[in-house]
Design a protein around this ligand. Structure first.
Ligand SMILES: Nc1nc2c(ncn2[C@@H]2O[C@H](COP(=O)(O)OP(=O)(O)OP(=O)(O)O)[C@@H](O)[C@H]2O)c(=O)[nH]1
Ligand SMILES: [Mg+2]
Length: 469
């Protein structure tokens, strides 16, 4: 580990009543004497002058000293709280540099805290997430992760897996008892318990990722259904071109919006139809790609195209709207996957004088959410917003964790390996195979908290922090 003293201005740039310079290093005794004229007492607020090389005051404020190992980084930490002017803070920083410190890289204080065992990786990431949180809900779940709740779940799962491994390894050593262990209901129960805990944690974590990054909502449907109009109505600006000509939109058009504190990435797409036009064909191809990766697809129907059906929506209409992706729907897995993320929007209700509504419609045996609205008059938009909010909150926001993509991948990997162990147990495979499955599951969990890491991963994580954190 780098042993050089680091320093950074920890408060946001610009004018402010208070500005903080943070310094961390193996020993700050000498530096303190030069910078404030004495060695501060641990964890005491000293009101003093901050001195330049000639002993003249650059500023006057509070000095706080946290000796190793009881500090944020686990090293000696000195914090100088002075006035929040750009020049005065800059002079103070230059003075610390002249005394042998170097400018900290983004996230370097947190990285040192991690390397010194003050935080695990999940907690360090939660700091960045808390600072970056756009919404109260995201901030709340980052704060929960920061207190170590997510880590405790991961550690306790890892400990259960260790227990199972010990049991297996001892059975391998005394191979006579192979049969007993293999057939013991206890082994199966343990594995099933681990698997269901992993699944619970995975469900809670998905929520965190949605809160943090926002969900991607794709507007899709036949040409002229009103996708671009709905995009404009939701984003509150004339983002997309709207015309009565079918096939107006070709490119994907993205807008990040916030709906009552909920971040959403809206994507408008080309109308789904077979076309002779090469540009439009490419647009439709892109629309399908966007649909495949969307968290939620709003499938728009033009209510006025089915004037006979003035009341109930006919599943036949939905089939027509889905026709252009019929080949996709022919695959069992794809169909399930798509229908699970679909919300039907019956647009242009003003033309039929239908009331706005939020309900369900059964398509292929699955109840799909249905919203009746008018992108033109705005009737029913509030119902759509409510549906979007419920969609994000469906797993209960309160016990959500801010998880990142890498946490989810690791949880999935652990789940896969535990599933493999269970399958191996069922078919009476050699115990060595089970032990290996569990070892891999445990390694996957270790990657979450940082017990198993690479320098590349650490660099990647900490470089996204702000300077001074
Ligand atoms: N009366 C009425 N007209 C609407 C409504 N929504 C959209 N329209 C009209 O329908 C036409 C097509 O709207 P767009 O928003 O361009 O439809 P689109 O689905 O984006 O169409 P493509 O980009 O061609 O696929 C325009 O003339 C809109 O003014 C609505 O709720 N009520
Ligand atoms: Mg359009």
């Amino acid at each position: 580990m780098d042993e050089q003293t680091i320093c950074a201005i920890a408060t946001a740039p610009g004018r402010g009543s208070i500005g903080i310079l943070r310094i961390s290093g193996q020993s700050l005794a000498e530096l303190s004497r030069s910078l404030i004229g004495f060695r501060p007492k641990p964890r005491r607020a000293h009101f003093c002058d901050f001195l330049d090389a000639g002993g003249t005051a650059l500023d006057r404020g509070i000095a706080l000293f946290f000796p190793a190992p009881d500090s944020f980084t686990g090293e000696d930490v000195l914090e100088l709280q002075g006035h929040g002017g750009r020049i005065v803070l800059e002079s103070l920083r230059e003075r610390a540099l002249a005394l042998g410190a170097r400018q900290a890289r983004p996230g370097e204080f947190s990285e040192r805290a991690f390397l010194n065992g003050k935080l695990d990786l999940v907690q360090a990431e939660a700091i960045a997430d808390l600072i970056d949180a756009d919404t109260r809900q995201a901030a709340r779940s980052a704060a929960r992760t920061l207190t170590g709740e997510f880590s405790r779940h991961v550690h306790s799962l890892a400990a259960t897996i260790t227990g199972a491994r010990v049991m297996l390894e001892s059975a391998i050593d005394f191979s006579d008892s192979d049969i007993e262990v293999l057939e013991s209901a206890e082994a199966r129960q343990t594995l099933e318990g681990i698997l269901s805990s992993l699944e619970r944690l995975r469900a809670q974590s998905r929520q965190g990722a949605l809160l943090n990054e926002g969900i991607t909502v794709v507007l899709a449907g036949l040409p002229n259904a009103g996708k671009s109009s709905l995009m404009n109505a939701l984003s509150g600006e004339q983002t997309a071109i709207v015309t009565p000509i079918p096939g107006t939109t070709r490119d994907l058009l993205s807008r990040r919006i916030e709906l009552n504190g909920l971040p959403l990435q809206l994507v408008d797409t080309a109308g789904l139809r077979e076309s002779g036009d090469a540009i439009e064909r490419e647009g439709v191809r892109r629309a399908r790609v966007a649909m495949a990766s969307a968290d939620l697809i709003l499938l728009l129907l033009d209510a006025s195209r089915f004037p006979d059906c003035s009341g109930e929506l006919n599943p036949g209409e939905i089939r027509i709207a889905l026709n252009p992706i019929a080949d996709y729907l022919a695959n069992e897995d794809d169909r399930k996957n798509l229908l699970g993320r679909l919300c039907i929007i019956r647009n242009k209700i003003d033309l039929l004088e239908l009331p706005p509504a939020l309900g369900h419609i059964r398509v292929e045996g699955i109840a799909l959410p249905l919203v009746q609205l008018s992108a033109k008059t705005g009737a029913g938009l509030d119902l759509l917003c409510k549906h979007l909010q419920d969609f994000v909150a469906y797993e209960g926001g309160e016990d959500a964790f801010v998880a990142r993509a890498r946490h989810l991948e690791a949880l999935d990997e652990a789940r896969r390996q535990c599933g493999a162990a269970l399958a191996n147990l069922s078919r009476g495979a050699p115990l060595e195979l089970l032990a290996e499955d569990l070892r891999l599951a445990q390694a996957a969990l270790g990657r979450i908290t940082g017990e198993v890491t690479t320098d590349d991963l650490l660099g990647e994580i900490f470089s996204r922090f702000c300077i001074g954190k």
